[in-house]
Design a protein around this ligand. Structure first.
Ligand code: NAP
Length: 264
């Protein structure tokens, strides 16, 4: 069975690691190519966009892919929507592997907003010291609020830097432990955090640290996932959505077992 994993996440890499030694599967991971030195999985990797949903559908047909696994980040809405459109077009089964979001617990002070512009507004007019835990391509709107001081953390350098008088940049790749996050927030005298509800343990440290320091978190809501494509009836490989790598492997095991062997 030929499997294409749309990646760029820890789960995509972990799934590829789990599947790499399987002789019944030929697995390829696709990366967008946003980071110069990505953490690579132990399977063939292709890099770069497909050219929209149609380009992805063409790729799936050309490469004779049987199963498409959308293991992209919950905020990567365009590629997920392209996957949902391309899979049925190419008659390929689609599995979405999407980690659940975090939910606030006692002591959390979250303000939920719909987009980055909403996050800028939620900072208010009075000068704040904000930690921006967003991708480097998403922070431009904060230039419209130059009264704040920003601490920006991203994997790749922010080039060009924000046109604001007070900004400090840190380049780092997670996971980030809560204790280290707390030290960083205190060292930079941060009084508010802007974050995405990414889910998973790797970047939860800042949320736990914010709670411990009683800091507010402006939380960008997740984009809605695309509707899943209709099942490929009779082929035993209906589309599905799972939240863990274990469940994705179980789904693949089921999908790769001929219907007759399953007693269907
Ligand atoms: P996006 O807005 O949903 O996608 C924009 C375009 O990038 C897509 O239309 C597609 O180009 C290309 N693309 C995205 N993911 C791809 C993949 N895995 N393989 C090949 N092409 C891909 O995505 P994004 O938010 O910029 O994220 C880009 C990548 O970074 C994703 O793979 C995602 O998993 C990862 N990532 C994103 C975030 C985040 O917060 N957004 C965080 C961590 C990691 P074409 O239309 O030309 O095919």
């Amino acid at each position: 069975m030929r499997v294409l994993i749309l990646g760029g996440t820890t789960e995509a890499r972990q799934l590829a690691e789990r599947l790499a030694k399987r002789v019944d599967l030929a697995v390829t991971v696709s990366l967008a190519g946003r980071t110069a030195a990505p953490a690579l999985p132990p399977v063939p990797v292709r890099v770069g966009g497909f050219g929209g949903a149609q380009g992805l559908a063409d790729y799936l047909r050309d490469q004779k892919i049987d199963v498409l696994i959308d293991a992209t980040h919950p905020y990567a809405a365009t590629i997920s929507s392209n996957a949902a459109a391309a899979a049925p077009q190419a008659r390929v089964a689609l599995l979405a592997l999407r980690r659940p979001g975090w939910t606030p617990v006692a002591g959390d002070r979250w303000v939920e907003v719909g987009d980055v512009a909403g996050a800028v507004r939620a900072l208010g007019n009075a000068p704040r010291r904000a930690f921006l835990a967003l991708g480097r391509k998403e922070i431009e709107p904060f230039m419209s609020a130059p009264q704040h001081s920003y601490l920006v953390r991203s994997i790749e350098p922010v080039v060009p830097p924000l046109k604001v008088p007070h900004a400090v940049y840190i380049n780092a790749r997670g996971p980030f432990a809560a204790a280290d996050e707390r030290t960083m927030l205190e060292a930079h005298r941060i009084d508010i955090i802007v974050a995405k509800n990414s889910g998973g343990p790797a970047t939860y440290g800042k949320i736990a640290a914010a709670r411990a320091l009683s800091l507010p978190v402006i939380m960008l809501r997740r984009p809605l996932p695309p509707p899943y494509p209709p099942p490929l009836a009779g082929e035993g490989r209906e589309g599905a959505a799972v939240e863990t790598v274990d469940d994705a492997v179980a789904w693949l095991d089921h999908a790769s077992t001929p219907a007759a062997d399953r007693g269907v």
